[in-house]
Design a protein around this ligand. Structure first.
Ligand code: ADP
Ligand code: ADP
Length: 232
């Protein structure tokens, strides 16, 4: 089954002579429980692909399905609910709320869904990213790597079917990166979650089942893991 499907997706920015095409008729499907790395030069459309696939941006043409639901016909409110229920997103800039503690940041998606955290749920989520001792710290009191791990715990807390991550290890040292990548790998292997990650790092991509290579808004290569090792 396909957790996410894009068909003929074209997307861009600006109007008229300033129009930039970021994606051109991209067709791709992500199988449930797989971990995909999206690579390619800066400006090749990786972030735009992620944003369209996650329902954060609406493409100019083509269709996107998440869990079989086509996003195009959904109004903004329905799209927000679908994202809340099925999608986690880890941003390059962590997007944490600076006035809330790590634990309160992780709890946000549950609160927004009107659900109280189960006893131990938040502690477990922080422990899973190696931050058991930082529950009461605010983002300003955490390192970049720690903030990124809080962002990942927050994206995972509602156990979304699909987790999108835009360069989740970009700001992390190699030991912390490996920890985060093993975590993402585990979500796919042990929880059948679908993970799609943008990365520049071949070492990070080697954790994935599949590597998509973008250039100029098109998918120019689609490699299974065995071949993907060649990139590194
Ligand atoms: P990547 O993630 O591979 O670096 P992006 O998806 O961010 O690529 O960008 C694809 C193209 O769209 C690039 O030409 C980029 O300059 C352009 N672009 C991205 N975001 C914007 C924006 N907010 N406004 C205008 N152009 C943008
Ligand atoms: P086990 O199967 O050994 O109990 P899991 O792989 O289920 O362990 O999870 C290990 C830790 O990671 C647990 O603390 C669990 O709560 C946490 N965890 C795993 N997946 C998620 C997720 N999607 N969201 C939040 N926490 C998670």
């Amino acid at each position: 089954t396909h957790a996410v499907e894009l068909h003929g997706v074209t997307a861009g920015y600006g109007l008229g002579p300033r129009r930039v095409t970021a994606l051109e008729e991209v067709t791709v499907a992500f199988t449930a429980g797989t971990f995909t790395a999206v690579m390619g030069p800066s400006g090749s459309g990786k972030s735009t692909l992620l944003h369209c696939a996650a329902g954060l941006d609406r493409p100019a043409a083509g269709s996107v399905r998440i869990g079989g639901t086509e996003l195009g016909p959904l109004g903004d409110d329905a799209l927000t609910v679908l994202r809340r229920d099925r999608v986690g997103f880890v941003f390059q800039a962590f997007n944490l709320v600076s006035t809330l503690t790590a634990e309160q940041n992780v709890a946000l998606p549950l609160r927004l869904a009107g659900r109280r955290p189960a006893p131990g749920e938040l502690t477990a989520a922080l422990a899973a990213v190696g931050l058991a001792g930082r529950a009461a710290h605010r983002p300003g009191e955490l390192s970049g790597g720690e903030q990124q791990r809080v962002a990942i715990a927050r994206a995972m807390i509602s156990r979304p079917a699909v987790l999108f991550a835009d360069e989740p290890t970009g700001a992390l040292d190699s030991a912390t990166s490996r920890q985060v990548l093993a975590l993402l790998r585990g979500l796919a292997d042990e929880h059948a979650q679908t993970v799609v990650m943008v990365t520049h790092d071949p070492v990070a991509a080697a954790y994935a089942d599949r590597v998509l290579l973008l250039a100029d808004g098109r998918i120019v290569d689609d490699l299974p893991r065995a071949d993907a090792a060649v990139i590194a």
